[in-house]
Design a protein around this ligand. Structure first.
Ligand code: FAD
Ligand code: DHB
Length: 395
């Protein structure tokens, strides 16, 4: 059964928890990951798909990039579509050769789980009643239940990688964290479809009926999204209705959207959220447990990976030298970049969605913004450098 002691106890086996656990392993630091869902559930959950160059490079350096390099689709641009016309944004040209890779979050998690298991990593799925204790002392603990038995894991540090609805953030005493939040008056209805992508590049589309996005997973499988009500009832959306709406919004002269059987569909609400600081005592929050971005711009998974890169370096420095200054500065280093990514995700969302209370002025302003971004090299460069991923500033 599970260890009773480890160096870093990690709650959650999403991208943040698993990347952290493997980075620590590579630095000779012991960790235990506790996840309340099954491995199958975590690996089948349909979520993000766009990896920044920095995320791709890190996964490759960690030795978990082999399948991603083989099966991932490298893209060097996106298309912005409005008033029925497409306008390319060429990342390669605007950023000196950089791009993004389409590779599903579920595949990233499969690769990470395989790597953790192959190297003797301790990842426990289907644990229950996880709770974190004593993190304002030097001997924090995590309690949990597994197969009906109660356990306690003693650690030096706890990493709260348990997502937006997890247990770690709410365990921090009231008044320590300042929360910043904006909830958007719309959501995304997303489908996975057995339909080859009708465009080489991802298409972000502004339309009178609302935003639409054409993305993909493989050369055979499309991933498409429609702006919808935040509480949209998916039962009211037959496959025919979804395809019809996608056809209307994405329509462009001389272009055809290929349809196919819908494999999966769901509705996601949209919010911007973060807490400052992202740490308290020996408890560190990383990924969605500390911040949420609206999905326009595909930053959620990439932010989670960026956080744990900083955290892993902080633990490494501490265990090698006893110096905790990097751990002390964890929130400060991460939040500087997170706020810029929040700004970008908010900006993309605001430019591309129809707001229920939007006036004709707002709509003309949105068109002007799209016209500007697609006709000014300076504006397009700003979009491109944010989309491919901003650098981490360590000072
Ligand atoms: P998570 O992936 O949420 O992982 C947290 C893990 O902790 C989960 O496995 C959870 O089961 C576990 N957990 C929670 N509570 C406990 C507990 N008490 N005890 C033990 N374990 C616990 N981002 C994009 O960029 N593009 C997208 O298209 C996109 N689509 C999304 C669709 C949905 C429906 C959702 C919810 C998110 C989407 N995101 C998307 C965001 C992106 O998937 C997240 O930002 C990313 O998963 C963050 O990783 P994480 O490891 O921080 O959190
Ligand atoms: C995908 C998701 C996003 O949020 C986005 O901006 C682009 C692509 C995707 O799931 O493929």
């Amino acid at each position: 059964m599970p260890n009773v002691r480890t160096q870093v106890g990690i709650v959650g086996a999403g991208p943040a928890g698993l990347v952290l656990s493997h980075l620590l392993y590579l630095r000779g630091i012991d960790s235990v990951v506790l996840e309340n869902r099954s491995r199958q559930y975590v690996e089948e959950r349909v979520r993000a798909g766009v990896l920044e160059q920095g995320t791709v490079d890190l996964l490759a350096e960690m030795g978990v990039g082999e399948r991603m390099k083989k099966e991932g689709l490298v893209h060097y641009g996106i298309e912005l579509r409005f008033l029925g016309r497409g306008h390319p944004i060429d990342f390669r040209e605007l950023t000196g050769g950089k791009g993004i890779t389409i590779y599903a979050q579920a595949e990233v998690l499969k690769d990470l789980n395989d790597a953790r298991i192959a190297t003797g990593g301790q990842v426990f799925f289907e644990v229950e009643d996880v709770s974190v204790h004593d993190f304002n002392t030097v001997q924090p603990k995590i309690s949990y239940r597994k197969d009906g038995h109660a356990y306690e894991l003693a650690c030096d540090f706890i990493a709260g990688c348990d997502g937006f609805h997890g247990t770690c953030r709410p365990s921090i005493p009231h008044g320590v964290l300042t929360e910043y939040e904006r909830v958007y008056p719309f959501g995304w209805l997303g489908i996975l479809a057995e339909a080859p992508p009708s465009s080489e590049e991802l298409v972000y589309c502004y339309h009178d009926h609302g935003f639409a996005l054409l993305s993909m997973r493989t050369p055979q499988i499309g991933r498409l999204y429609l702006q919808c009500k935040p509480d949209e009832d998916i039962a009211e959306w037959s496959d025919d209705r979804i395809w019809h709406e996608l056809q209307v919004r994405l329509a462009s002269t001389g272009w055809k959207l290929a349809e196919g059987p819908v494999l999966q569909k769901g509705v996601t609400g949209m919010r911007s959220f973060l807490v400052d600081p992202m740490q308290y005592g020996r408890l560190f929050l990383a990924g969605d447990s500390a911040h949420i971005v609206p999905p326009t711009g595909a930053k959620g998974l990439n932010l989670a990976v960026a956080d744990v890169q900083v955290l892993a370096r902080g633990f490494d420095k501490f265990y090698k030298t006893g110096d905790h200054t990097l751990l002390d500065r964890y929130s400060q280093i991460c939040l500087r970049r997170i706020w810029k990514v929040q700004r970008f995700s908010w900006w993309m969302t605001s430019m591309l969605h129809r707001f229920p209370d939007g006036t004709p002025f707002d709509q003309r302003r949105q068109i002007a913004e799209l016209d500007y971004v697609t006709s000014s090299r300076a504006a397009a460069t700003s979009l491109a450098e944010n989309y491919i991923g901003l650098p981490m500033e360590w000072d």
